[in-house]
Design a protein around this ligand. Structure first.
Ligand code: SUG
Length: 445
């Protein structure tokens, strides 16, 4: 078996809600205070995992995090029993409570940046956990993410899991959402592409005006160093600041790479021609011919790309050498995007199949198919060495669907976070989940 890409989807946690915490993420802001359905959200995510696993794609999951994060609430002055902490935070700072309660770790594209063994100096697969320090509600994910990745990728002969970069604006890091890899085949050496929205120490790099740029150039450079990547196979590209200002808060909302294919919107990068030339130059010594699938604004506007999440699709290589594009249902509901997709499939390019999923619950917080997954290329030995309890099978799917049905609410508004019973329900759910996936010490319960 050659190396394969395994997608680790975030299992949606029981506190999924719409608190509007992500300024710059249009869906998060527009759905603020609407009522979420955590049960449906988790089942929608599980259905995607099950379908992709059934189709032969390697599929696993990352468990949700314990919420609320009482340590965070206590660190900012809420004291007493758990119920006291929740009560006072509800009265004085409901958005801080919502931040401590966020289920945002479901978007595992932001969990870490991953470099496969074929790219790294020591021949191991390297992970750097993302600090996510541009948003309070995501900035406290990284300690548990580190613990989770260390538990799953526990064998130091194959894996190196690095802690998050220093949590300071210079190193704003959102993980794989701003990272792509181009190669001949998953197991072959590739070119790693780090996309940034701003550069802390270079005033000539124009930052967006309206919305924050979450990823810095310095963060990508630090990750490349930690992973031991060859400089000639590492490319840094600036995201177009104008599209960040139109709601493209991560690069994976406007482009996706797989194999030798870069599927991207013409306005994705600050300098389109120079970006493609840099990728081409890095790929040539590897004998890889870049296939640039450029989507012009005349076919799909940036607004339609943001509204439909066309580029937040998963581009998957099948065993027959062709590619499947996994899109959110919203892409089929947008007339221009749907027309574009029909022509894409009918054409002679590498993508000849579309799969669409109803991920509406996650989409309403700005999380599409690609946000929900972390790509990890694994050799056969690595696939065997990682923890097996998180690998998606029909039986794990059914066990988890049953677990969701017993533990998750089907209605959760931000105001419901005031109910101290919710925290107790979540702990009971996670205690059982740890046993289901064979990681009983994953949380401090
Ligand atoms: O970081 N939404 C997430 C969505 C992440 C999408 N990930 C990728 N593009 N890879 C975010 O903005 C909304 C939470 C709230 O508003 O309650 C949120 O965090």
């Amino acid at each position: 078996m050659p190396s394969q890409e395994c997608n680790f989807d975030g299992l949606v946690g029981p506190s999924h809600n719409y608190a509007g915490l992500s300024f710059g993420n249009v869906a998060s802001s527009s759905n603020v205070n609407s009522v979420a359905n955590p049960r449906q959200a988790a089942l929608q995510g599980l259905a995607k995992m099950r379908t992709l696993a059934e189709r032969g794609f390697a599929q696993a999951l990352l468990p949700p995090q314990r919420r609320p994060n009482f340590a965070l609430l206590r660190a900012i002055g809420f004291a007493g029993s758990d119920a006291d902490v929740i009560g006072r935070a509800t009265r004085e700072a409901p958005l801080l409570l919502a931040s401590a309660y966020s289920a945002s770790s479901m978007w595992t594209a932001n969990a870490a940046t991953v470099s496969p063994a074929a790219d790294t100096a020591d021949g191991r697969t390297h992970f750097t956990v993302a600090n996510l320090n541009s948003k309070l509600h995501r900035s406290h994910e990284h300690p548990q993410t580190l613990r989770t990745l260390q538990a799953i990728f526990h064998d130091p002969r194959y894996f190196a899991v690095h802690a998050a970069l220093p949590a300071t604006p210079a190193f704003g890091d959102e993980g794989a959402a701003n990272h792509g890899r181009l190669c001949a085949a998953h197991g072959a050496p590739g070119v790693e592409m780090f996309v940034y929205g701003r550069a802390e120490f270079d005033p000539t790099v124009l930052a967006p005006q309206r919305y924050p740029a979450r990823q810095t150039r310095e963060a990508g450079q630090a990750v490349a160093r930690l992973h031991g990547l060859a400089p000639q196979r590492t490319v840094a590209l600036q995201q177009n600041p104008d599209v960040i200002d139109q709601g493209v808060f991560h690069n994976d909302v406007i482009s996706v790479a797989n194999g030798n294919v870069l599927f991207y919107h013409e306005h994705a990068f600050a300098e389109e021609a120079a970006s493609l030339a840099a990728l081409h130059a890095a790929l040539t010594p590897l004998d890889v011919q870049l296939q640039a699938l450029r989507v012009p604004a005349s076919a799909v506007s940036v607004a339609d790309a943001v509204g439909s999440y066309l580029f937040n699709s998963q581009l998957l290589s099948r065993v027959d050498g062709r590619m499947t594009l996994v899109v959110p249902q919203e892409s089929r509901e947008n007339a221009a995007v749907s027309r574009y997709l029909e022509s894409l499939i009918a054409g002679s390019g590498p993508i000849d199949e579309l799969l669409s999923f109803d991920l509406r619950q996650s989409m309403r917080n700005g999380g599409g198919p690609a946000c929900l997954r972390l790509r990890v290329v694994l050799t056969e030995a690595e696939s065997r060495a990682m923890h097996q309890g998180v690998v998606m099978t029909a039986s794990l799917h059914d066990t988890l669907a049953d677990w969701v049905g017993r533990h998750y609410r089907d209605r959760l508004a931000p105001a419901d976070l005031a109910d101290p019973a919710l925290a107790i329900e979540i702990d009971a759910a996670l205690e059982e989940l740890g046993r289901i996936v064979g990681l009983p010490r994953l949380y401090d319960l």
